[in-house]
Design a protein around this ligand. Structure first.
Ligand code: NDP
Length: 240
């Protein structure tokens, strides 16, 4: 049996592509999701990959989920913290609830999942953690003080965790995707999308598979001396 990998938010979009890629490369993959049962069922029918539902924004649920996966499949070798949400509004209009929900799911979710999976990785002397940040965590974006703060926090979280895992064979890296064609972009009006694409040097949105290839590499044996890094996959945005 291959190494055991959890991909949070693995049933749709970028997460789905990550799950498929990791499976193709011999990992045993468990995809988590938050609530969309129909999408999860379709995903399993398409890919043959097991799913498990829990809220990454709930600390206890994360501990219970990782314990159950360890019992059902084996100890977790690879954790991909991919689940994320947006609740966009300018600061003038953003409610505290919108702020808190995005921080809880996008940033605290990474803490809760690492808290559950890291100790056994450390004990067993091998582990890979990849946290999915965002180009907007690097640059900031109008209407996203919550999301940019959470994603920017992921980059500091990753470096600190990398320092703690380095002597134990556990790496932690971040991937910062640029704009990728998934459901997450569905709420952005066409006129805004045109302006966004015009700012991408490659002149197009990214595909989920282009992020998945980066995750597969960072979670492989070949990436054993890479830790605390952020891999920007964004068609050239913010390269200057
Ligand atoms: P999608 O909206 O397409 O999919 C999100 C996934 O996360 C779904 O599987 C969803 O489950 C799951 N999820 C959402 N909330 C929770 C929760 N509380 N607990 C568990 N799972 C949850 O997102 P993308 O594929 O576009 O994005 C994936 C990651 O990439 C995110 O972290 C996002 O911030 C980041 N990213 C995306 C970019 C883009 O342009 N798309 C750009 C930069 C970064 P369910 O189906 O049940 O809702």
């Amino acid at each position: 049996m291959g190494r055991i990998a959890i991909v949070t938010g693995g049933t749709r979009g970028i997460g789905e592509a990550i799950c498929v890629r990791l499976k193709e490369h011999g990992r045993t993959v468990i995809a988590s999701y938050g609530g969309n049962d129909a999408a999860a069922q379709d995903f399993t029918e398409r890919t043959g990959i097991a799913t498990q539902k829990w809220d990454v924004g709930d600390h206890e649920q994360c501990q219970d989920a990782v314990a159950k996966i360890a019992t059902d499949h084996g100890e977790v070798d690879i954790l991909v913290n991919n689940a994320g949400i947006t609740r966009d509004a300018t600061l003038m209009k953003m409610t505290y609830e919108q702020w808190e929900e995005v921080l809880r799911v996008d940033l605290s979710g990474c803490f809760s999942m690492a808290k559950a999976a890291f100790p056994k990785m450390r004990e067993r002397g091998w582990g890979r953690i990849v946290n999915v940040g965002s180009v907007n965590g690097q640059s900031g974006q109008i209407g996203q003080v919550n999301y940019a703060a959470a994603k920017s926090g992921i980059h500091g979280f990753t470096k600190s965790l990398a320092a703690e895992g380095a002597r134990y064979g556990v790496t932690a890296n971040a991937i910062a995707p640029g704009y990728i064609a998934t459901d997450m972009l569905a709420t952005i009006p066409d006129t805004v999308m045109e302006k966004i694409v015009a700012q991408i040097p490659m002149g197009r949105l990214g595909e989920p598979g282009e992020i998945a290839r980066g995750v597969e590499f960072l979670t492989s044996d070949n990436a054993g001396w890479i830790t605390g890094s952020t891999l920007s996959i964004n068609g050239g945005m913010h390269m200057y």
